[in-house]
Design a protein around this ligand. Structure first.
Ligand SMILES: CC(C)(COP(=O)(O)OP(=O)(O)OC[C@H]1O[C@@H](n2cnc3c(N)ncnc32)[C@H](O)[C@@H]1OP(=O)(O)O)[C@@H](O)C(=O)NCCC(=O)NCCS
Length: 157
């Protein structure tokens, strides 16, 4: 994996949302990830965010998205996904590093938040290694009967 370069496409067009939906559907039965199942939901939620499709050798291998809130003072990372056959190769780590750098490069951002399942070990490894701290337990925030953890990273400048 080390020598492969990922490329990023900002999702904007209908075919981008359709590709994202096909990635999301791979996680339809996941207990630790609440996947989108409808095109109109992806467009409504991720269409207002900064959303990327991620490619490796022209193959779609993942997606990521974040939004800026409070006049750009807060960032919320809503999406980090790697398709199953490409997992365990460090791809999510690379995607997350790119997203975090992009966020930190915005001078107004004071903190970054995200939400993940307490049993999502791979995601938690990435977030904790990047200096995020667990700040809140949430019982059932997405209505899927599963708990979540809120994590936050304070940006020190
Ligand atoms: C979470 C996810 C993005 C991780 O993708 P990935 O490309 O496999 O992640 P990486 O290969 O970069 O691995 C990240 C770290 O987790 C570790 N890891 C991977 N699977 C693990 C597991 N089951 N248990 C513990 N650690 C694990 C890796 O060893 C790596 O740690 P390291 O940097 O110390 O080597 C991927 O599993 C996924 O898309 N899941 C479904 C969607 C999802 O849950 N997204 C997160 C929502 S908040």
């Amino acid at each position: 994996m080390a020598n492969h370069t990922l490329s990023y496409k900002r999702a904007k067009e209908e075919k981008d949302w359709e590709m994202m939906l096909s990635i999301e559907k791979m996680f339809a039965n996941s207990k630790t990830y609440f996947a989108f199942t409808k095109l109109e939901d992806i467009k409504a939620f991720l269409g207002k965010e900064i959303s990327y499709l991620v490619f490796l050798n022209n193959e779609p291998v993942g997606e990521a998205a974040y939004e800026l809130k409070d006049d750009g003072k807060k960032a919320y990372i809503s999406t980090l996904v790697v398709v199953p056959e490409y997992q365990g190769k460090g791809i999510a780590t690379k995607i997350f590093n790119k997203i975090i750098k992009e966020i930190i490069d915005k001078p107004a951002v004071e903190n970054v938040e995200l939400i993940t399942h307490p049993k999502n070990n791979a995601a938690l490894v990435i977030y904790l290694k990047n200096g995020f701290e667990i700040v809140e337990w949430q019982d059932n925030p997405f209505g899927d009967g599963e708990p979540r953890l809120k994590l936050r990273k304070i940006i020190s400048r």
